[in-house]
Design a protein around this ligand. Structure first.
Ligand SMILES: Cc1cc2nc3c(=O)[nH]c(=O)nc-3n(C[C@H](O)[C@H](O)[C@H](O)COP(=O)(O)OP(=O)(O)OC[C@H]3O[C@@H](n4cnc5c(N)ncnc54)[C@H](O)[C@@H]3O)c2cc1C
Length: 363
């Protein structure tokens, strides 16, 4: 019998499992399909919220903690797995955000490095950019990580430490006398008096019958991938909620749509054309590059993107770590550590109250 079951093998579930195991717990992670193949695979891997000054302090707090630990995490994953997740600090250039004053004030308050650039400086910062911006916000310390590799490396690093069961969909939470006793899958059941739901966009559905249900629903995002050349793009560039992310090998990701949707990961030619047009408009060098891939993923949407990290009220031993919306990759290390702090009743890295299931969610 395990001390704790984790439901869902995305980046949140895997890092939560790792944190609890590191504290001495026997942990089993149960994944419906393959670990790290849903939202954590589909995303862009920007290690920052987009327009970070527009988020609630509770999101900024998680992001800040994670950002200060990401380089070490990437190093230890590379050592532990042999896979380099390509943590790369190549900066975030935000064209014409329109609320530069708010951005500057936020940076001062939070100690983030943020500069305002004029048109000339913007071109100097990213020479491949066509002349589209008169002003920009430049955040040189923002990093990216190659998220499919992050997920693969994490799986390999935790595999000797955590029992991982794949192709096993959790169909029922077993509750007796106000406490969790285990879970059921299609062909089996597992006992434990602690269970953490990390099922991404599917978490709300799994917790539907609970006394307090987190407001988590799928928000589809489509992305395209250009097979570019190194140097075609060198910064992460964000404009009007769309972004371009250059990988080290010259590949360039362009995303992403925001579609309040069902659970289908369908793609559309309209989105593909729109993302392609956006990319070429900003980076004419991509004109002749092949589009290698086009996909969709389901973000775990939540009110204001504030994740739920905490116990399910009235159900002893049942916890949730989910609802990270557009920022699950950046927020994952802090969310996993905080979840473990709460479960183990340790001194928490951050005040857990804003993430409680019944906390009011405000901008
Ligand atoms: C297009 C796009 C771009 C993004 N870009 C970024 C970015 O640049 N930076 C950033 O920080 N974030 C980004 N995100 C958001 C980020 O990817 C998510 O917030 C994060 O991956 C959520 O992780 P998760 O582990 O909660 O969910 P997931 O990765 O979806 O994992 C949940 C897992 O639970 C499993 N599961 C579900 N139900 C069950 C069940 N009943 N039984 C067993 N297992 C179950 C699923 O199969 C899945 O593997 C992006 C997302 C998308 C879609």
């Amino acid at each position: 019998m395990s001390d704790c079951l984790i439901i869902g093998g995305g980046i949140i579930g895997m890092l939560t499992a790792w944190e609890l195991q590191s504290a001495g717990m026997r942990v089993t992670l149960i994944e419906r399909r393959e670990t790290g193949r849903e939202s954590s695979w589909a995303g862009g891997g920007i290690v920052s919220p987009l327009y970070p000054w527009r988020y609630a302090d509770s999101v900024t707090a998680l992001a800040g903690w994670s950002q200060s630990h990401y380089a070490d995490l990437a190093r230890s994953l590379t050592q532990g797995s042999g896979i380099d997740p390509e943590y790369t600090q190549n900066g975030l250039l935000i064209l014409q955000p329109g609320d530069e004053k708010r951005a500057t004030a936020w940076a001062k308050e939070t100690g983030q490095t943020l500069q305002l650039l004029n048109g000339h400086e913007t071109r100097e910062c990213e020479p491949a950019l066509s002349a589209v911006a008169e002003t920009a916000v430049w955040m040189p310390q923002v990093a990216q990580i190659r998220n499919p590799r992050l997920a693969k490396a994490t799986r390999l690093a935790i595999a000797p430490l955590v029992k991982i069961i794949e192709d096993a969909e959790v169909t029922e939470l077993l509750i007796r006398d106000g406490g969790i006793t285990g879970i059921k899958t299609a062909g089996d059941h597992f006992e434990a008096d602690r269970v953490v739901v990390c099922a991404g966009a599917w978490s709300g559905r799994l917790l539907q019958a609970m006394p307090v249900v987190p407001d988590i629903s799928p928000v589809r995002g489509q992305m395209i991938l250009f097979k570019g050349q190194p140097g075609d793009v060198s910064r992460i560039v964000l404009h009007e909620n769309r972004y371009v992310i250059p990988r080290r090998d010259g590949r360039v990701l362009v995303g992403s749509t925001l579609e309040h949707s069902d659970f289908k990961k369908t793609t559309s030619s309209a989105a593909r054309d729109e993302l392609k047009k956006y990319a070429i408009q900003h980076f004419p060098a991509l004109e002749g590059a092949e589009i290698e891939h086009h996909w969709a993923g389901l973000r775990p949407g939540s009110p204001h993107g504030i994740p739920y990290i905490g116990p399910v009220p009235e159900i002893q031993g049942l916890y949730v770590n989910s609802g990270h919306y557009r920022n699950g990759v950046v927020l994952a290390p802090a969310s996993a550590r905080l979840m473990a702090d709460v479960i183990l009743e340790r001194e928490p890295i951050l005040d857990p109250r804003p993430y409680a299931l019944d906390a009011p969610r405000e901008d």
